[in-house]
Design a protein around this ligand. Structure first.
Ligand SMILES: [Zn+2]
Length: 366
């Protein structure tokens, strides 16, 4: 699994010479091990980094059945740098050569599948889940009522969905159930804070979902991105599948709103930037709160070797410091990396005609 720590390391690493980044789709549905190996070899064709190619292939062979559905590999053999992350989500196979790990595809995965908290609630308890990049990371359960019981487990203990020992007493008592849902809400907030999630989904019946949400503090109410009907006895994989579906839908809606907000702000000249040049200068000035990028966008730019000033067309000398400009093959990647390094959000957006007009933009801090 890819942790925040891993991500920060990748964001901050740079190599003095070209290094290799490989993203490989290893979804078993897309072909067996031989087919994957062939795909890997095809990807690496034309790359002229023999030591890194060998390192990547060797690791791929060793993983055998532990390749997940997607694999991200980063190698700079001369600097003894090698990182491999099997992922539980599918990705598009791609290869990059550059002086740092290529993180744009990871930004996309984190945006779509990164940290989700899920609360499954009924009148007698709650089951809580933390999913990250398509994997169950942590779970916790609580039974409420006369006796309060906690169950807690890391994802590795693959205990089934059953809650065990639930009282069969008929507690058709509104007061009791609303007290329970209030307690479940408090309990859930603690869990979500502990696992540092900022996106919450709630499952249950219409009635319990509505009540549960009322009992959440206002700030947490606003972090609920979706709700869905689900039985308390659902299995992990049922919850995960449904949560990812609802999460994706919610994410797309949220992104549509963000794009509109950005376009309006930029048009009014307030806290918004659009198109590459303005966006890059906002990135360079550290003003970007949320970077918004059309999926698959790749654009060149020119960076001053002296002060780092970024332009979409090269000048002979920098207006600020007089130094010359160097070409950057993918300035979108540079923007993504910078914004992630400084703790800003990156939104990779699909199928949005309004964004397609400008390609890239940002909501600004000031
Ligand atoms: Zn300069």
């Amino acid at each position: 699994m890819l942790t925040d720590h891993d991500l920060q390391e990748l964001l901050n690493y740079s190599s003095p010479e070209p290094m290799l980044s490989v993203y490989l789709n290893t979804d078993p549905a897309g072909g067996n091990s031989d087919a994957q190996k062939l795909q890997m070899r095809n990807l690496l064709e034309g790359v002229n980094l023999p030591d890194d190619q060998a390192a990547v292939l060797k690791h791929f062979e060793q993983l055998r059945d532990a390749r997940g559905r997607g694999l991200a590999l980063f190698s700079y053999a001369a600097g003894d740098f090698f990182r491999a992350y099997p992922l539980a989500v599918t990705l598009r196979s791609r290869v990059f050569v550059g002086d740092h790990p290529y993180v744009k595809p990871l930004a996309d995965l984190l945006d779509a599948y990164g940290s989700y908290g899920v609360a499954l609630v009924d009148k007698q308890g709650a089951r809580l889940f933390h999913f990250h990049l398509g994997e169950l990371i942590e779970q916790e359960g609580i039974l409420l009522g006369e006796e309060i019981r906690h169950t807690r487990g890391k994802a590795s203990s693959s205990s089934p969905g059953g809650r065990g020992g639930i009282s069969s007493q008929d507690r058709n008592n509104n007061e009791m159930s609303s007290r329970n849902l209030r307690e479940a809400a408090d309990f859930s907030v603690k869990f979500f804070e502990e696992v540092h999630t900022r996106r919450v989904l709630v499952g249950g019946t219409d009635e319990t979902i509505a009540q549960f949400q009322q009992f959440l503090p206002k700030t947490w109410q606003s972090l609920v991105v979706g709700t869905f009907p689900m039985s308390m006895t659902a299995t992990h994989s049922e919850v995960l599948t449904r949560a990812m579906q609802i999460g994706q839908q919610a994410e797309q809606q949220r992104e549509t709103t963000l794009v509109e907000t950005m376009l309006t702000a930029a048009a009014k000249g307030q806290e918004g930037a659009v198109r590459l040049e303005d966006t890059l200068s906002a990135v360079h000035a550290g003003r970007v709160k949320t970077l918004i990028v059309q999926e698959g966008l790749r654009l060149p730019a020119y960076q001053c070797a002296g002060c780092g000033h970024l332009l979409t067309q090269s000048l002979e000398a920098c207006l600020f410091c007089g130094k010359n400009f160097l070409k950057i093959n993918d300035a979108v990647e540079l923007a993504v990396r910078r914004v992630m390094q400084t703790g800003g959000d990156v939104e990779i957006v699909r199928n949005n005609p309004a964004l397609k007009e400008v390609g890239i933009g940002a909501l600004l801090r000031y």
